[in-house]
Ligand binder design. Structure first.
Ligand SMILES: Nc1ncnc2c1ncn2[C@@H]1O[C@H](COP(=O)(O)OP(=O)(O)OP(=O)(O)O)[C@@H](O)[C@H]1O
Length: 677
């Protein structure tokens, strides 16, 4: 590839290339590679496009039937592959569009000029009673700062409702759509730009396509080819968009250097895991040729396995060698084992701890005026959470959120039970995980050399205070030390609510948010969110979070919610649902979810009896490697996964915890969902 030449490929081309018939795909790739070597080679026949809105568009021949559409920048040697299609369709597509550089935020944009003209024409004959245009108060410069291409301004000026904006979504750059819906939700342009760190203070040369292509905003849809083998590598693997095209906020948070710990919040499907993986790659690339390591940790085993697969698809083996991907329980186990810890960590509470707890509770005196459940919660939420080790500590401990005030006398009586329980547990060679985490922290502190230089943490909402303290102890404080991503709405282990600040983790000034849901349809997202109405949700750091500002990029059928159906009706309904999903697309992956293993198995059996192959998702497995299309799982196991369609069945009252679980379950679905309650 010649040094002065810049080849850029749009996300549309990459998507289309992988969907072309195999023979055309091969020829397309050959042409692109030849093109990459020298786009001015006489072997490449550029044809002008009659009636084109953009005089710099050309078509190139892939084979008899197919054409590629290319933009040639007028001044520099920038060539952008914009589109691939059958001859006539490709020409029709090209005739309507225009490339430009946004004069305010400097992004490369592609506008459908015909769409703008049609929208403005419709506006010319407005209905008599119309609401005011939604963005009348914003200047053109404001709109362009949010990412609206200059050529799109007349169309955006016709928007009068959220529905109008949604109808324009496919024609707008992703950051413009996001900016506009945030304005509709009440945010100011300046606050949106500040949160995104969009710079609008530079002189933009609108003819400098080479510089424009490098900006984060452009890179959410255009890929700058880097070297000889780059293009081939990208096009020959089945391309998932997230590997190459990041939202501008995702990209900035991936690459920027931070003076400490950061926290990224975002509703389900907003690309937090994707960001976390790219961040890990970025930091690991700087550790190659050192003996330092980065920890990527999450809550469950199967999520860690999926993340490891994801990382392998974007990292080089050298980068991978600098990353440990492991769920935190497994890491603690490994860490303590290597230090000859003499206790077994009782991860299975019911099997290991519950009998010992019952035995310690023989001293429980009902005259204390609290319930037996209260005592266990007190132990988990106050004693274990704060790592209290003595009666004096417990006497002084804050008990925020615990309701009833406890006199010193009552606390002392409870402490007897707690102490007794710990002693009995220890005598059987066991430790509660929280206490083992605390011991691990103490061991690390006494050693004085934490094992990692960075940690990236996914699903933070389910890590309790001891886990957060341990993560803090695993990495010395410093630039880019820790990145936490999470979502309080998805906390499925209520006892693990923690505030990062009180665990020694300072995120002040380094917290950001992702808003766009790339996974679920807006209809499923809304239905799932409606379950959380009235539930207070925290921001993982003692503050509160809200869900009003999230939005999905896709639309689809409204998910069904069926109340009070009999088990037979549920069985028949799910069978129909599965049949319908598979009829629409034979490759559909369907999740079957229930709160308990018992109900999960019952549902799975009913579906098997209808002749389907159903796999049960267990602890240590990758969904991607299972040979089935229907996956039965408990709602807890659904965390972090992704499926095309989901059927959730619950057979008990929808309390706060269960609502969050169902929220997690439903938002795993990309296209279709059903909820039986
Ligand atoms: N920049 C992007 N471009 C295209 N797709 C993306 C992008 N970022 C994320 N996605 C896709 O969106 C989906 C959700 O992403 P991801 O799993 O990272 O979200 P999340 O916020 O971690 O979700 P959850 O909290 O629900 O587990 C995935 O299919 C992912 O590939």
């Amino acid at each position: 590839m010649k040094d002065d030449v810049k080849i850029i490929v749009s996300n549309d081309v990459i998507k289309r290339m992988t969907a072309l018939p195999a023979a055309v795909q091969t020829k397309g790739l050959e042409l692109m590679l030849k093109f990459q070597t020298d786009p001015r080679s006489p072997g490449i026949n550029y044809e002008t496009i009659q009636g084109a809105r953009d005089k710099n568009f050309r078509s190139v021949r892939i084979d008899q039937g197919y054409r590629g559409i290319i933009f040639r920048a007028p001044k520099d040697n920038v060539f952008v592959w914009l589109h691939v299609d059958k001859h006539d369709d490709a020409y029709a597509w090209a005739a309507k569009r225009k490339m430009s550089v946004n004069p305010v935020n400097g992004a490369l944009t592609l506008t459908n000029i015909s769409f703008v003209e049609e929208t403005v024409q419709r506006e010319a004959a407005p209905a008599p009673t119309q609401p005011e245009p939604s963005f009348a108060a914003l200047s053109d410069r404001d709109l362009m700062a949010l990412g609206v291409p200059e050529e799109m301004l007349p169309a955006v000026r016709t928007i009068r409702s959220e529905g109008d904006l949604d109808a324009m979504r496919d024609e707008l750059p992703v950051e413009a759509y996001e900016g506009l819906f945030l304005v509709l939700a009440g945010d100011s342009v300046s606050s949106i730009l500040a949160a995104r760190e969009t710079r609008v203070d530079r002189e933009i040369d609108t003819e400098d396509f080479a510089s424009a292509a490098e900006r984060d905003e452009s890179r959410s849809r255009f890929y700058v080819v880097e070297g000889e083998n780059d293009l081939q590598a990208i096009l020959s693997a089945p391309l998932e968009q997230w590997r190459v095209f990041l939202h501008p906020t995702q990209r900035r948070l991936t690459t920027r250097s931070l003076n400490g710990t950061s926290r990224i919040l975002g509703g389900a499907g907003t690309g937090k895991t994707v960001l976390a993986m790219h961040r890990a790659k970025h930091l690991a690339s700087r550790l190659v040729d050192t003996d330092k390591k980065l920890l990527f940790t999450t809550f469950t085993t199967n999520l860690a396995l999926d993340i490891e697969d994801g990382l392998k698809s974007i990292c080089s083996p050298e980068q991978m060698a600098r990353i440990d991907v492991i769920n935190l329980d497994a890491l603690v186990f490994r860490l303590l084992k290597a230090r000859r810890y003499e206790h077994e960590i009782a991860f299975d509470y019911e099997a290991k701890c519950a009998p010992v707890w019952e035995s310690a509770m023989v001293d429980f005196d009902p005259a204390l005026g609290v319930s037996r459940d209260f005592v266990r919660e007190e132990f988990e939420q106050v004693v274990l959470a704060q790592g209290l080790a003595s009666r004096d500590d417990y006497r002084e401990a804050p008990r925020r959120g615990r309701g009833a005030v406890l006199s010193r006398k009552k606390r002392d009586a409870l402490w007897e039970i707690f102490e007794n329980y710990r002693l009995q547990l220890s005598a059987t060679g066991l430790k509660e995980p929280d206490d083992a985490y605390r011991d691990a922290c103490a061991l690390l502190a006494s050693e004085g050399h934490p094992p990692y230089v960075h940690a990236v943490v996914d699903e933070t909402q389910d890590f309790g205070p001891q886990a957060l303290r341990l993560i803090r102890a695993l990495v010395p404080p410093g630039p880019n030390d820790l990145m936490f991503v999470g979502d309080g709405h998805q906390r499925i282990y209520a006892k693990n609510k923690a505030s990062m600040g009180s665990c020694g983790i300072d995120i002040r000034g380094r917290s950001r948010k992702l808003y766009l849901n790339y996974r679920t349809t807006e209809e499923i997202r809304r239905e799932a969110v409606s379950l959380l109405e009235g539930i207070e949700v925290d921001d993982l750091d003692g503050g509160s979070d809200e869900i009003a500002r999230y939005k999905s990029l896709m639309h689809g059928p409204k998910p069904g919610r069926i109340q009070g159906a009999s088990m037979e009706a549920i069985r028949d309904g799910i069978r129909d649902f599965i049949a319908q999903c598979l009829e629409e697309n034979r490759d559909t992956k369907v999740g079957l979810m229930a709160p308990t293993a018992k109900l999960r198995d019952q549902l799975a059996q009913q579906i098997r009896e209808a002749g389907y192959k159903v796999a049960t998702v267990n602890h240590r497995e990758r969904l991607s490697r299972k040979d089935a299309q229907i996956f039965a799982m408990t709602l807890h196991r659904a965390k972090g996964l992704e499926l095309d369609a989901v059927a959730v069945v619950v057979n008990r009252d929808l309390d706060e915890n269960l609502r969050k679980l169902v929220y997690v379950g439903m938002t795993r679905a990309k296209r279709a969902a059903r909820f039986y309650c």
